[in-house]
Design a protein around this ligand. Structure first.
Ligand code: AMP
Length: 283
């Protein structure tokens, strides 16, 4: 039987719990999520357990990071299931504010994401990273964690947030957790639930293609040629639309100069029917 995990939904109760830990000198890790939890989220909770005395998991589907034509209304939600998983994973507290708690009447201030948000997903999802930067800054101020853990699955998000905490001097240490994948290579994602059986069979080709591009680049292949080949392979595999597939500086996401010894990352976003998948790998 799972233990019951404590859920708080207003700032007063959250502060009560965290200040008690603070008084005892205990450290706090925050794992921000939008719920519909899977093994990728739970791996981050496990990492958080190792890094701090107490683990807070936030569950908040943040409306300000969705575009008007995106999937906010149909985004998967399963709070009851999430709470069982988090109790089993030994998280200490769930912070699950309602939208009105996070954005009360009159809310008007925001954080503008920096240079890492300019293109890649930023080009296809205008304002997305401003929404992420704003909500994560609010979560950091609400929970006051020592560390916050984010998945490398959303590599650009992690990069954008590293810039936010650096440039705003936010007193939190960000830690990236590796991408958890299904046995066939598909990166776990709450949005995988949207895939039909036929789409699910095509989906692992994304990881296969970006991995093989990363290997080719590591072996000295010409980057533009490698990207063209990768696009051809993705289309042949059945991806209807490619938003981007790029090789970038792993730290800044800037277009890298053609030089050896640069840490690089392959990042891609593609569509299967109405579902947008993103993934990335190190070169
Ligand atoms: P989300 O609920 O999709 O906003 O994700 C919450 C956190 O979990 C983010 O830091 C994601 O990068 C991370 N995450 C999502 N999927 C995975 C995965 N397959 N492996 C590792 N972390 C993940």
């Amino acid at each position: 039987m799972s233990e019951i995990i404590k859920v708080v939904r207003n700032l007063r109760d959250l502060r009560k719990a965290t200040s008690k830990w603070r008084q005892r000198g205990q450290t706090i890790a925050l794992v921000p999520t939008m719920g519909a939890l899977h093994a990728g989220h739970l791996a981050l909770v496990k990492l958080a357990r190792k890094k701090a005395d107490k683990v807070v998991v936030s569950i908040f589907v943040n409306p300000t990071q969705f575009g008007p034509d995106e999937d906010l209304s149909r985004y998967p939600r399963d709070e009851a299931g999430d709470l069982i998983k988090l109790a089993d994973a030994d998280a200490n507290l769930v912070w699950a504010p309602a939208v009105e708690e996070m954005y009360p009447e009159g809310f008007s201030v925001g954080v503008r994401a920096g240079s890492a948000a300019k293109d890649l997903d930023g080009a296809f999802r205008p304002n997305h990273f401003d929404g992420v930067a704003t909500v994560c800054t609010k979560l950091f101020n609400q929970v006051t964690p020592d560390i916050a853990i984010f998945g490398e699955k959303d590599y650009q998000q992690l990069t954008v947030l590293r810039q936010v905490v650096r440039d705003l001097n936010t007193p939190v240490k960000l830690i990236g957790g590796p991408t958890k994948r299904d046995t066939d290579g598909l990166a776990l994602s709450s949005r995988n639930a949207y895939l039909s059986e036929a789409e699910r069979r095509i989906a692992p080709a994304l990881y296969a293609v970006i991995s093989s591009l990363a290997e080719d680049v590591a072996n000295g292949a010409d980057v533009p040629t490698g990207i063209s080949n990768a696009k051809r392979k993705l289309i042949a595999a059945g991806f209807a639309r490619i938003d981007y597939i790029e090789v970038r500086d792993a730290e800044t996401l800037a277009v890298p100069p053609a030089a050896d010894g640069w840490a690089l990352r392959v990042l891609a976003a593609v569509w299967l029917g109405k579902t947008r998948l993103i993934d990335n790998v190190a070169v």
